[in-house]
Design a protein around this ligand. Structure first.
Ligand SMILES: *Cc1c(COP(=O)(O)O)cnc(C)c1O
Length: 384
């Protein structure tokens, strides 16, 4: 969260490569190193974001990552130990007894954590169909925070971010957008007025399935004081990333534009081919004209991303068989890595029952699209 150089005019693909580097100086490393230390000498103890002093308050490797993600999202970033640590910190902004509005099928961890907080009497939850703008706006009345996700995980619903965020601002409701699926390259919610953006940096930002990390990004200059509050929460709850993880995430971030481009192109092609497959009843991908949020996604996003879901003509057992039959696609949870992976989401007890039993979520990687298709085809055939 140190001073950011203005990057006006540079494409995000360039920013992903250049942001978060120290200024050039004679014989200094070009990249920020992994700073492994629990404490700092000659500290000043102001306890402000960006201050060092003790390892739980700040770390130069985190700062480099935060600078880079902040530059990409167009705001000021704070890193956390995981996406859930970031979401937990955001939920903690809700006053005691306050109300949070969430999608009826959000990321399962978001649903479970808010349900747990509701059961403990900490806050109440209003779950709304994320693609129904009117219903979402009605639910904002008297609420304290709305958490949006677009597209949603794993239903791929698209929310009208600009309209909902504007309504939230008018009603004095904080808005946070989980931008994990889109990445800042395809969608920048802060530019639409969102108070906060949240990432599971575990996914696309890091991109290699070897790190857990979370990020929250607030508006530049922290006009609402949210980043300072979140920093206080991170410090006292100890929800900090490891320096090694921050370094790996920054390394992964350098290729974000290449990875997102290639993986999105693969996803678009596979969505089209799956739509024509006789064993597939529905494909959920905002890039398809058949998707109810297609026109909205076209306006709101610079591309449709690399995530998609489809439903199999069959039952849960047949769907499991398809997942077990792939060789190239890794049957695993998580997403956003260079490798393609797939999962029947309902195999998790914690997944919403609104998610069909036969839904398979695909995280398309950067492999050759013909190899990906051949493997999907043989898996679909072996199970039918
Ligand atoms: C994975 C994920 C999270 C949680 O992130 P972790 O890094 O696993 O804690 C939150 N939101 C979305 C959309 C995710 O996919």
């Amino acid at each position: 969260m140190s001073d950011d150089i203005s990057r006006a005019g540079q494409a995000l693909a360039t920013v992903a490569v250049t942001a978060g580097r120290p200024p050039a100086a004679a014989n200094q490393p070009m990249n920020v190193p992994v700073v492994l230390t629990s404490t700092y000498t000659a500290s000043d103890f102001a306890h402000q974001p960006g201050d060092l002093g003790y390892g739980r308050w700040g770390n130069p490797t985190w700062t480099a990552l935060e600078d880079a993600v902040g530059a990409l999202e167009g705001g000021a970033a704070l890193s956390f130990g995981s996406g859930m640590a970031a979401i937990s910190a955001v939920l903690n902004l809700v006053p005691l007894g306050g109300t949070v509005v969430i999608p009826d099928v959000p990321y399962s961890g978001t649903a479970q954590l808010s349900a747990e907080l509701a059961a403990a009497g900490r806050l109440s939850v209003r779950a709304v169909p994320a693609a129904d703008t009117e219903v979402v706006i009605q639910a904002l009345e008297g609420a304290d925070l709305v958490i949006l996700e677009s597209p949603t995980n794993p239903m791929m619903d698209v929310s009208d971010l600009a309209t909902i965020i504007a309504a939230a601002r008018e009603k004095g409701v904080l808005s946070a957008v989980d931008n994990t699926f889109a990445t800042p390259l395809l969608q920048q919610p802060l530019s639409l007025g969102a108070h906060l953006v949240v990432h599971s940096a575990t996914k696309y930002l890091s991109g290699h399935s070897d790190v857990l990390l979370g990020i929250v990004v607030a508006q530049t200059g922290d006009p609402d004081g949210l980043l300072t509050r979140l920093h206080g929460h991170r410090t006292i709850n100890g929800a900090i990333p490891g320096p090694m993880e921050a370094w790996l995430a920054l390394r992964g971030l350098r290729t974000l534009a290449l990875r997102v481009d290639r993986a999105s192109a693969n996803a678009a092609e596979l969505a089209r081919r799956l739509s024509d497959h006789p064993s597939v009843t529905q494909v959920r991908y905002p890039g398809l004209t058949s998707h109810p949020g297609h026109e909205l996604a076209k306006r709101q996003m610079r591309g449709f991303g690399a995530m998609l879901s489809f439903e199999l003509d069959g039952n849960a057992e047949a769907t499991e068989k398809v997942c077990a039959a792939t060789q190239l696609w890794v049957h695993t949870t998580s997403l956003g890595g260079v490798e393609s992976s797939l999962e029947r989401r309902r195999r998790h007890g914690g997944e919403s029952t609104l998610v069909p039993e036969t839904l398979i979520r695909l995280s398309t990687g950067i492999e050759d699209v013909e190899d990906l298709w051949a493997d999907l085809l043989q898996a679909l055939e072996s199970a039918s």
